[in-house]
Design a binder for this molecule. Structure first.
Ligand code: GLA
Length: 785
């Protein structure tokens, strides 16, 4: 008997004795018995027996197919009885209507392998996933439709989502426990409470899964403070948190008084973004919380048990725009290359204390071999400007998606008339643009600091303008997923006199960085400057895992034997790229590198260890905000106050509505009397008291941010995630209060109030602000000219 979720939990269920453990893990491939999985009053029930789900997340799209079995065996050895896997919609339907379930995308095979290793599966098919994956898993082609509202009951979005979930049902429906497979339960959407509160939308996605043939329990996941949003009584709920399970489950019980307690995402580490420190989790805290859940009969899913690598151009970007690294090591118990260390061992030892009678843990398989590759040079090159495909003519530059392109680079060409020096600007350029005049670099545009103008020198005659735009991953979180790439018009050339020209004849060159892009390159021997592809060969006697040292290169993408391994960027923190052994050939191997900046040296070396934590901010091609000048002298604060202790969100309404383009938080003291300030999230309220979207917000000034021993960057205060936070310096310096953080709101904005989410954790955490002042004005910080 399978019970409906939540409201019906009262319905009496068979209380269950903790019987023998037969049937509590999937039979191997041979005995494809079907099973009943249900949500009981207190426990998950498998064939009527209590099951504590000890789950870990790994993404088959992020693990070389050849290593799926290896990683699953390690998960089993770590004490997991279940693995949780997202389906990234765009990975299976990069072109609308063309589904791919082969090779790395063979989800059914992944499920079969999990079953073979004695692991159940929790499936998370979306349509939206997040996961630091390109557009959160949503397909770029949805953005071709102007005005489409993603993750809503927008008819175009719903039609595409239903088609996707119907396809998922066709392929993975047979993998459910009810049909002899390992899938226990299926998630509807992902942390929808972070995004909206339309329960009907959740209902329609739920129905699409039912229509797709899913008959195992369906559930929703959210962080503790968003559980009520989109809440439905026909969906079971799990809660996501990185620590303090007691608090998390307390919040869960407030919306779901009965049923098993489950943490849907429990974070042992965190993801990395380019230019910010590598994240290391707090292992002691992680183990203590895991033990708490094991002891209290709570189920959980470790996010990530094994992070792997976001190969290709699949890495996304955190909001408002913090592109994710290709390495997704996540400081998980099982490392990017499948290595096991202290964290794995401690997790396994802990799990071993909470096994069911008769349950034992197998030994972990040996690590895969690694090899070093001697330093070699890439002797061939192909400049981008010399290798352009046939153009598309257009009167005005449009977004990349409008030219039917979902990723890579795009070059916009026009002719500028002769004339005086002038400023060339675009409304936006997503995400980075290199502006060339007659083939010579005139300047760059950078979405991180919303720098979209370049000085153009005097031109005696008409000149060739080329704007090469690189798209990093589509933002994967928040309303910013509506992240169309490329140039945003108008693109205007404005002279000091005020005369302005908007070119009206453009040639647009698509460079999706796919196989045809590489196949069309005309290689030359020797070096080249500027954005270019480079090619080299190296020999391998015994193919094995290695880590390519890319530290002498600038910024770009790398392929080995035609496989795109991901992105690199010299600012770090990642300075190596993982190369799975099975993707190398015995003998001659080929490597191609696209470098948009140009290498210090066009050489590569294969290392036996990864480098994931080396920041080199001095190599960044954008000025740091700290060089801006604060200009709040003489400005009247719109509010002054004292925050209460605790982690709860605190809201302040101003006595008078304020208006301005910039907002400044000035901290005067901390609750613990120390020199630090920290903020998990800042929200500003509009005239109606509603939170103002952060879409075009940037950090205009911050006096201090810890960027060495942890990612305490100011950007964390406006990225919508409360698991990370801005923290002033503490490791190498401890500047005192007052601390100032200035946000540029992108336009003049009416502000009636403010919401402060303190740094998460118990009252001993540092940086909790006491006295403070707030300012709103046209300009509270000036960038250095
Ligand atoms: C959220 C999402 C996950 C992932 C983590 C951060 O909780 O649900 O997909 O993005 O955050 O790694």
């Amino acid at each position: 008997m399978q019970v409906k979720c939540v409201g019906l939990l009262g319905v009496s269920l068979v209380a269950l004795a903790i019987g023998g453990c037969v049937g509590l893990w999937p039979a191997s491939a041979a005995g494809q018995a079907t099973h009943r999985f249900a949500i009981g009053e207190q426990d998950f029930l498998l064939d009527g027996q209590r099951l504590q789900i000890r789950c870990g997340e790994l993404h088959f799209a992020r693990v070389p197919r050849e290593y799926w079995g290896h990683r699953l065996r390690i998960c089993k050895a770590m004490g997991l009885n279940t693995v949780c896997a997202y389906l990234f919609w765009n990975f299976h339907e990069w072109e609308q209507g063309r589904f791919d379930w082969s090779g790395q995308a063979d989800a059914a095979q992944f499920c079969r392998l999990a079953q073979k290793e004695g692991l159940w599966v929790i499936l998370r098919p979306g349509p939206y996933a997040c996961a630091e994956w390109e557009m959160g898993g949503l397909p770029w082609w949805l953005l071709k439709k102007d005005g489409i509202q993603l993750r809503s009951r927008d008819p175009d979005f719903m039609a595409a989502s239903r088609a996707w979930l119907k396809e998922v049902g066709r392929v993975l429906g047979p993998m459910q426990v009810t049909h002899g497979g390992p899938i226990l339960m299926v998630q509807v959407e992902n942390e929808y409470g972070f995004y909206g509160d339309d329960a009907q939308y959740m209902g329609e996605i739920r129905q699409a899964l039912l229509d797709g043939g899913f008959d195992v329990p369906l559930f929703a996941c959210n962080p503790p403070y968003a559980l009520r949003k989109g809440l439905r009584d026909d969906l079971f709920n799990v809660v996501n948190f990185g620590k303090d399970p007691a608090d998390g489950f307390k919040a869960l019980r407030q919306v779901q008084p009965k049923g098993p307690l489950m943490c849907g995402e429990f974070y042992p580490g965190w993801f990395d973004t380019w230019g910010f420190p590598h994240h290391l989790g707090n292992t002691q805290q992680y183990l203590a919380d895991l033990e708490y859940m094991l002891k209290n009969n709570a189920s959980f899913s470790i996010y990530m048990a094994h992070g792997g690598t976001t190969f290709g151009l699949w890495s996304g970007a955190d909001r408002p725009f913090k592109p994710d690294t290709s390495s997704y090591d996540y400081d998980a118990p099982i490392s990017e290359a499948g290595w096991i260390g202290e964290k794995f061992k401690l997790t396994r030892d802990l799990m071993a204390k909470h096994l069911l009678p008769g349950e034992t843990l197998p030994e972990p398989p040996a690590a895969n071999p690694v090899t070093a590759i001697a330093r070699f040079e890439l002797g061939q090159s192909a400049a981008i400007l010399d290798n352009l495909p046939s153009p598309i003519d257009d009167k005005t530059p449009r977004n990349m998606e409008a030219y039917d392109q979902g990723r890579g680079c795009i070059l916009y060409h026009a002719t500028l008339p002769g004339g005086p020096a002038a400023e060339l600007s675009a409304k936006e350029a997503r995400d980075f643009a290199w502006v060339f005049l007659d083939g010579k670099l005139a300047g760059t545009m950078d979405r991180r600091s919303r720098q979209y103008s370049v000085q153009i020198p005097q031109r005696r005659t008409a000149s060739r303008l080329d704007i090469l735009v690189e798209a990093m991953g589509h933002v994967n979180f928040g309303p910013e997923v509506h992240d169309r790439k490329g140039l945003y018009r108008p693109v205007v050339l404005k002279a000091a006199s005020g005369d302005a020209v908007e070119p009206s004849a453009w040639q647009v060159y698509r460079l999706p960085l796919d196989q045809p892009t590489l196949a069309g390159l005309k290689w030359k021997t020797g070096k080249v400057s500027g954005p270019a592809f480079w090619r080299g060969e190296f020999d391998v006697a015994n193919p094995a895992d290695t880590f390519l040292d890319v530290s002498t290169w600038g910024k770009g993408v790398l392929w080995v034997n035609g496989r795109c391994l991901g992105r690199f960027w010299n600012i770090g923190p990642t300075q190596t790229m993982y190369v799975p052994g099975p993707w190398l050939k015995q003998g001659r191997n080929e490597v191609i590198v696209l470098d948009l900046l140009g290498p210090q040296e066009p050489v590569l070396t294969g290392l036996e260890k990864p480098v994931l934590d080396q920041l080199r901010p001095q190599l960044d091609f954008t000025k740091k905000v700290q060089q801006a000048t604060l200009t709040i002298e003489g400005v009247q604060p719109v509010h002054a106050g004292t925050f209460a202790p605790g982690a709860g969100v605190q809201e302040v309404r101003f006595t008078r509505v304020a208006e301005g383009r910039q907002f400044c938080l000035e901290t005067l003291s901390a609750l613990d009397g120390k020199a630090f300030a920290a903020v998990a999230e800042l929200d500003l309220l509009d005239a109606d008291g509603k939170p103002i979207p952060h879409t075009v917000w940037t950090i205009a000034y911050v006096d201090s941010e810890e960027r060495i021993s942890e990612d305490g960057s100011a950007m964390n205060a406006i990225n919508g995630q409360t698991a990370d936070f801005w923290h002033t310096e503490w490791s190498q310096a401890q500047p005192p209060h007052p601390h100032r953080l200035v946000i540029d709101l992108g336009q003049t904005t009416v502000v009636s109030g403010f919401r402060y989410t303190p740094r998460p954790g118990n009252n001993s955490v540092g940086g909790r602000i006491k006295d403070y002042r707030l300012y709103v004005g046209p300009s509270l910080a000036k960038p250095v000219p």
